[in-house]
Write a protein that binds this ligand. Structure first.
Ligand SMILES: [Zn+2]
Length: 115
């Protein structure tokens, strides 16, 4: 399951950026995920629970929040940014448009810690 390795990568990134004392105080990890990132939010939640359980030390108190963001394309002709619905990559001006400016991301948006 590739969600498991994604969660491990996220944990590794947090390890690299925070001290062990800070990591103990993490209560929420918020991700920004685009529909094109090929990630199933439910599977990501399950993977998070599984990795936390097997780790037994880190992120015991943490919850994962997956914030999905819409796909946005920017038209090379008229420069407008349009939200893509149902994978119809068409600009508001009517031209087909594959210039994705949002929708591929899988980012750690915020890490919440208790005092
Ligand atoms: Zn356009």
């Amino acid at each position: 399951m590739h969600e498991i390795s994604l969660v491990r990568t996220i944990f590794r990134t947090l390890d690299d950026n925070f001290s062990p004392e800070e990591l103990e105080r993490v209560v929420a990890i918020e991700l920004k995920v685009g529909p094109l990132a090929n990630v199933e939010p439910v599977l990501l939640q399950n993977a998070f629970d599984a990795v936390v359980r097997e780790d037994e030390i880190r992120f015991r108190e943490a919850v994962l929040r997956v914030n999905m963001v819409p796909i946005l394309v920017q038209c090379p002709d008229c420069n407008q940014i349009t939200e893509v619905h149902n994978y119809r990559f068409v600009c508001a001006c009517g031209k087909p448009c594959g210039n994705v400016v949002q929708g591929n991301e899988l980012l750690i948006e915020r890490v919440e810690m208790r005092d």
